[in-house]
Design a protein around this ligand. Structure first.
Ligand code: NAD
Length: 243
C-alpha cells in the first residue's frame, strides 16, 4: 500500500533532473504519473510504468489545456499537479534583455499559472487536489546571475500563497517547495555546477544536493497526510538558507 494509491499526477519538466525524481517518488507511492515536458522523447523515456510521457510546452496555453484534458481522458481523474518545468539560466544582470526576461517568465511563471488554472477544474469537481510548485531558495538568497529567474520564482512563491487561499474551500492545497543548488542534469551542464563547493560550505549538511533529496518532500505534500498544510514554501536545501 502506497500513500498515493489510486491517485493520478501530472509532473511537468519530468524528463530529467528534479522533475524526474519527483515522478519516480510519486510512482513509488502508487500514483499513476504523466510526465509533461518540452522534450517529448525524454518524457516518454522517463515515464514510470503505468504512466505516460506527453510533449507539452508549459508556456503555451493550448498545450497545457490539452495536457490536462488528455490526462483526465486517459486516467479518469487528476489529483496531483507538480510544476517543475523551468529554465534555469545563468546570465549576468547586464546581459539580460527584455526578450530573455519574457522567455523565463513565460515558462517558469506563466506555466505554473496555466497548469493550476486548468488542473483546478477536475480537482474542484472531485473536491480534492494537491498542487505543488517548485520554487527555489534563490527567492530568499537573491542569488546573482539569475535576476529574471529569481523574479520568476518569487512570482511562483506569491502565486502559490494566493492560489492556496482561493482553492482551499474546494479541498485543494497549494504549496511550494524551494530546493537549493541540486545536481540535476541541467545544473551539471551549466556554470552553476562550479558553485557546489562554495554552496556546500554554507549548508548545515555539507554535501551536494541530489534530485532524490527534493522528491520526498513533494511526495509528502502530494499525500492525504499533508491535508492541513497549504500556502507554504518548504525550503529543502540542506540548511543553506532559512525561509
Ligand atoms: P533541468 O534543467 O535538469 O530540467 C528541467 C526540465 O524542464 C527539462 O526536462 C526540460 O526539458 C523541461 N522544460 C524546460 N522548459 C520547458 C517547457 N517550456 N515546457 C515543458 N518542459 C520544459 O532542471 P532541474 O535543475 O531539475 O530543475 C527542476 C526544477 O527545480 C525547476 O523548476 C528549477 O527551477 C527548480 N530548481 C532547481 C534547482 C537546482 O539547483 N537544480 C534549485 C532550485 C530550484
Amino acid at each position: 500500500m502506497g500513500k498515493l494509491d489510486e491517485r493520478v499526477a501530472i509532473v511537468t519538466g519530468g524528463a530529467q533532473g528534479i522533475g524526474k525524481a519527483i515522478a519516480d517518488a510519486l510512482a513509488a507511492e502508487g500514483a499513476t504519473v504523466v510526465i509533461a515536458d518540452i522534450n517529448g522523447e525524454g518524457a516518454e523515456a522517463a515515464a514510470p510504468a503505468g504512466g505516460a510521457g506527453i510533449l507539452a510546452d508549459m508556456a503555451q496555453e493550448e498545450q497545457v489545456k490539452s495536457l490536462v484534458a488528455e490526462t483526465v481522458k486517459r486516467y479518469g481523474r487528476l489529483d496531483i499537479a507538480v510544476n517543475a518545468a523551468a529554465i534555469v539560466p545563468f546570465k549576468a544582470w547586464d546581459d539580460i534583455d527584455f526578450a530573455e526576461w519574457r522567455r523565463i517568465m513565460a515558462v517558469n511563471l506563466d506555466g505554473t499559472f496555466l497548469l493550476t488554472h486548468y488542473a483546478q477544474t477536475p480537482m474542484r469537481e472531485a473536491g480534492y487536489g494537491r498542487i505543488i510548485n517548485i520554487a527555489s531558495n534563490v527567492v530568499v538568497a537573491g542569488t546573482p546571475n539569475l535576476a529574471h529567474y529569481v523574479a520568476s520564482k518569487g512570482g511562483v512563491f506569491g502565486f502559490t500563497r494566493a492560489a492556496a487561499r482561493e482553492l482551499g474551500k474546494y479541498g485543494i492545497t497549494v504549496n511550494s517547495v524551494a530546493p537549493g543548488l541540486t545536481a540535476s542534469e541541467g545544473v551539471l551542464a551549466s556554470p552553476h555546477a562550479e558553485a557546489f563547493d562554495f554552496v556546500q560550505m554554507l549548508q548545515a549538511i555539507p554535501r551536494r544536493g541530489e534530485p532524490s533529496d527534493i522528491a520526498p518532500t513533494v511526495a509528502f505534500l502530494a499525500s492525504e497526510e499533508a491535508r492541513w498544510v497549504t500556502g507554504q514554501m518548504i525550503v529543502v536545501d540542506g540548511g543553506h538558507t532559512h525561509n
